[in-house]
Write a protein that binds this ligand. Structure first.
Ligand SMILES: Nc1ncnc2c1ncn2[C@@H]1O[C@H](COP(=O)(O)OP(=O)(O)OP(=O)(O)O)[C@@H](O)[C@H]1O
Length: 691
């Protein structure tokens, strides 16, 4: 909306152009006045003419002053208006575009308020001045062109000599500032004074590089400034000299000489200003074009969702990393019902934070979808996210402001009772009440009033302040002692009681008792998921589990997953055999089901020893395979048999039997389990299969 409005600024161009005609013509008032005084008043001694000239001159200058007042007011107002009308755009623009929007806005407002746009309005009138000079005498036009060319040459030569490294110097300056800031943080960040010293040395090196670069170009930049001053002086001298020569040769009057030299000086000064401002004017033009582009962000059209029921599902989440590196998340899908608590566990760097950020909308996952209730999180407006989703990052920060403000997330007109209620639920009310200024304690003035663990719990109060339906916690107990962990556990239990759906990343087991479901994430993939006790039992027994649809499209996922269980490069052959075994189990299950049935199967994998692994397929359907297996076993015991004579499912069973150490089929209570053990090629113990 503001962008279309910004485009309307173009309407100002014609009126401002007309006003600039007056201000630029007014530049001619003094030269013409002098010419008339010298040519008409001085030779004739006519004071009436002088009085008339004075009245006209003062009138013209008053008009110029009024017009300049109106023009500058227009520019200043336009600058303020742009700042104001772009506020909603800045607020609604996605974070990654916000900085460039603010930069464009600054360029435009500074150009309007700072005079660059006024300079731009002198450009179209330079030819008018050249025309006036040509009328006075063509030699003045030639002199003006020569001096303007000289001004441009000085500018570009100066830039290429002095400004070549300006970009590098500016980034060095930026790095210096950042290094100084890091140096300030480093003592508390690393606790190592030696690291602090290293930062100072780094800063000194950066400063030296910048100073060295500046020193190299110093002479050139000072020479450019001096040359510009020289040009101004020379312009006056040359103008007067040319005028005097023309007066002597009776081609010009004395008044014409003064007027021409003044107009010449002004023309060259305007041209010099235009050359200098040219890059800035181009930047202003680009900023204006970008700001006036229509912005069609989703946030502009999203409608707020009043209620969400607590269901959470994600499907096919893939977070690519680029450069051929394995993705941060790889085909993650699962569902939670309202009020369930999911604990995500796994090794460091496995993708837990990435998953939590994707689920909570902190960072959108490029591929796949996250649904809260039935709404895609990408379509939720920020207000709905703030209301329904609470997020506690790994190292939660408190900001300058009171504890009450921090808990309310700096919302305006907040009822203090809600702040206290959130603090009570998070178990920090007692802690805060014991502080001398209680909820009014200013974190900016007293940054160390709370320990890291206490700050984490205040941040939990912030996360639950809006009584969200969904709560995402990234290692909430990492900084807590046993008592703090107990309080956190009690707080989360209270929230569970309120049907809040909770997803938490945990390394420590203190909160595991709250979890209904556990998801083990490794290398961005689901290694196992299911009810807490089952997953923990499997984890303790070395089992990994994956759930896949029984469809040909899932076969590659299965073999990828099995392959990923083998981390040693020396196990490549072992991994390949395990993948073949898993594929045969999968095919067997596919052959057993009706083509139209849509069902899923669980696969389990575990290492029985360093050289033996076990692959199991579990499906919620009875199987006839167990009885068929007896016939297959008999057949296999013969010295010669032909696989081609067997039905497809029997051939699959025979293949599995032949390649595995043990192959076992169980069918009970409508659940079938196919379990096969396999030895690595070199460590194989049994020569044949035993079934
Ligand atoms: N902003 C980012 N840009 C690029 N890669 C990232 C980014 N954040 C994390 N990663 C990478 O994604 C992978 C998963 O990181 P993530 O923080 O999700 O793991 P984690 O399981 O939460 O680890 P930890 O338990 O140590 O917190 C890591 O290899 C990490 O380097």
């Amino acid at each position: 909306m503001p962008n279309a409005a910004i485009g309307q600024l173009r309407r100002l161009i014609v009126p401002l152009f007309c006003l600039s005609l007056i201000t630029n013509l007014a530049i001619l008032v003094n030269p013409i006045f002098m010419m008339q005084v010298l040519d008409r008043v001085v030779p004739t001694g006519n004071l009436n003419t002088l009085a008339m000239l004075l009245i006209v001159g003062v009138g013209a200058l008053a008009l110029q002053a009024s017009v300049e007042f109106i023009r500058d007011l227009c520019f200043q107002r336009a600058a303020l208006w742009i700042e104001q009308s772009t506020i909603p755009a800045v607020m609604n623009t996605p974070a990654e575009e916000r900085q460039s929007l603010i930069a464009d806005r600054t360029v435009l407002t500074e150009a309007l308020a700072g005079g660059t746009c006024a300079t731009a309005l002198t450009l179209p009138w330079i030819p008018l001045f050249l025309l006036v000079l040509w009328i006075i005498h063509p030699l003045f036009l030639l002199l003006a062109l020569a001096l303007t060319t000289f001004a441009a040459v000085i500018k570009f030569a100066g830039e290429s000599l002095a400004g070549g490294n300006a970009q590098a110097r500016s980034s060095l300056r930026q790095e210096e500032v950042e290094t100084l800031r890091d140096a300030d943080d480093v003592v508390c960040g690393s606790g190592m004074p030696a690291v602090f010293r290293n930062f100072w040395e780094r800063w000194a090196t950066l400063s030296n590089s910048r100073i060295h670069s500046l020193g190299e170009t110093l002479a050139a930049s000072v020479a450019t400034t001096a040359s510009a001053g020289f040009l101004r002086g020379v312009t006056q001298l040359l103008g007067l000299s040319l005028g005097a020569a023309l007066v002597v040769s009776a081609e010009l009057t004395a008044g014409g000489m003064i007027a021409a030299s003044l107009i010449l000086a002004r023309t060259v000064a305007n041209a010099e200003m235009a050359v200098k401002a040219w890059p800035e004017l181009r930047a202003v033009r680009t900023a204006f074009d970008r700001l006036s582009l229509p912005r069609d962000h989703q946030s502009d059209i999203r409608t707020e969702i009043a209620e969400l029921d607590g269901r959470l599902s994600c499907s096919g989440l893939i977070f690519p990393r680029g450069g051929g590196a394995p993705p941060r998340l790889d085909r993650v899908s699962f569902k939670l019902t309202p009020g369930q608590c999911l604990a995500i566990v796994g090794p460091s760097g496995g993708g837990k934070t990435t998953l939590l950020e994707a689920l909570s909308g902190v960072a959108h996952c490029p591929i796949g979808s996250v649904l809260l209730d039935e709404t895609d999180i990408k379509t939720l407006p920020i207000e709905s996210l703030g209301k329904h989703v609470g997020y506690l990052p790994q190292q939660a920060k408190l900001f300058r402001g009171t504890l009450a403000e921090n808990i309310s997330g700096f919302a305006v007109n907040v009822d203090g009772k809600r702040v206290v209620a959130a603090a009570k639920t998070a178990g920090v009310h007692g802690l805060i009440s014991a502080l001398p200024e209680s909820y009014d304690t200013d974190i900016g003035a007293h940054p160390h009033v709370l320990s890291a663990g206490q700050k984490q719990r205040v941040a939990l109060a912030r996360a639950i302040f809006s009584q969200p339906r969904y709560l995402f916690l990234d290692e909430p107990n990492a900084l807590l002692d046993a008592a703090g962990e107990r309080q956190l556990c009690a707080a989360l239990a209270r929230l569970k009681g309120l049907e809040t759906t909770i997803v938490m990343n945990i390394h420590r087991s203190g909160l595991m008792g709250l979890a209904d479901q556990v998801l083990a994430l490794e290398k961005g993939r689901i290694a196992d998921i299911g009810p807490r006790n089952e997953v923990l039992e499997r984890m303790n027994s070395g089992h990994r589990r994956i759930e896949l649809p029984l469809a040909k499209t899932a076969l590659q996922d299965l073999t990828d997953w099995v392959g990923a269980q083998f981390t040693r490069s020396s196990d490549a052959e072992f991994a390949r055999k395990a993948e073949v075994l898993a594929r045969e189990l999968f095919n067997l299950a596919l052959l057993e089901k009706d083509a139209d049935d849509v069902c899923a199967a669980s696969f389990q994998f575990r290492f029985l020893s360093d050289a033996t692994c076990e692959v199991s397929l579990i499906q919620d359907a009875p199987t006839q395979a167990r009885s068929k297996m007896k016939g297959v076993t008999k057949l296999l015991s013969r010295s010669e048999f032909d696989l081609a004579q067997l039905a497809e499912d029997e051939a699959a069973m025979a293949t599995i039997s032949q390649m595995s150490d043990t192959f076992d089929i169980q069918s009970q209570d409508g659940t079938s389990v196919f379990r096969a053990a396999l030895s690595g090629p070199k460590r194989r113990v049994n020569g044949g299969a035993s079934h």
